[in-house]
Design a protein. Structure first.
Length: 256
């Protein structure tokens, strides 16, 4: 491919200015360009900002993990030699953008390795958990979580919610009813740890209320939507503004 121009022993790149004071002959300069090949991988893909480049050119590769996955290794090889490699060292995945210099020794193949993230499932007795049919306390995105609860007049179902690394709820609560056999299942469709609790919901005038106040964060706030009953006293640390729509709160003997 053409990389620039030359005249009088001087080389010029595209975009350079040449001062002409007399007849001048410009000679096109060509340099062999080598291919950049992205090798397919599982749980993600990658792309480069060019399909070929001349030696010495900076080439940027961008990785795209599938949902719930991370990039753990990226490396480039040319003529059997590794010209660039990065490995995950902290279990949190590599940056998604990497730049290498096109080598002199031929075409470059780009390889990537992606891994599925494992998320913690927290639960207490009497709940039992199976993931894709086997007892487990971790799952990956898309797994089927199967929950079992012994028959009880007090337990109406289960509630699951995404949490931070300390187990504090951070996401929307999802309430599921139990089957006649005391079972419920759901796909893990969040990228984070989850907490599963028994739902001891109760009703008032046909409205079903779900527990609120089991975490430290909930004891300093009130729900912005839905129907909930308090399991502890709540001390608000700021203004309370529920979302548009109906929000029902049962004090259940507690105070705000």
């Amino acid at each position: 491919m053409q990389t620039g121009w030359a005249t009088g022993g001087a080389a010029y790149a595209f975009g350079d200015r040449i001062t002409v004071n007399a007849d001048t002959t410009l000679t096109a300069v060509y340099q062999m360009a080598n291919d950049i090949v992205i090798v397919d991988s599982e749980n993600g893909s990658a792309s480069a900002n060019a399909s070929y480049a001349v030696p010495g050119t900076a080439v940027t590769v961008t990785a795209a993990p599938d949902t719930g996955c991370r990039l753990t290794k990226i490396w480039m090889r040319a003529n059997g030699e590794t010209v660039y490699v990065r490995n995950e060292t902290d279990g949190k995945g590599l940056p998604l953008t990497h730049t290498f210099t096109m080598p002199q020794n031929g075409n470059v193949a780009v390889y990537t390795t992606f891994r599925k993230n494992e998320y913690q499932i927290r639960f207490d007795d009497p709940i039992t958990v199976r993931v894709n049919g086997s007892a487990a306390d971790t799952a990956v995105y898309g797994d089927t979580i199967e929950v079992g609860v012994p028959a009880s007049d007090e337990i109406k179902g289960i509630v699951w919610v995404e949490t931070d690394l300390n187990g504090e709820p951070t996401g929307e609560r999802h309430a599921l009813a139990l089957s006649a056999a005391g079972e419920a299942s759901f796909p893990l469709d969040v990228c984070g740890d989850i907490l599963i609790t028994a739902n001891t919901a109760h009703e008032h005038d046909g409205v079903v209320f779900y527990p609120w106040g089991d975490s430290e964060a909930e004891r300093n706030s009130l729900p912005q939507y839905g129907c909930h009953y308090l399991t502890h006293d709540v001390t608000l640390t700021g203004a309370y503004s529920p979302r548009d729509g109906e929000t029902h709160i049962c004090l259940n003997g507690h105070s705000v």
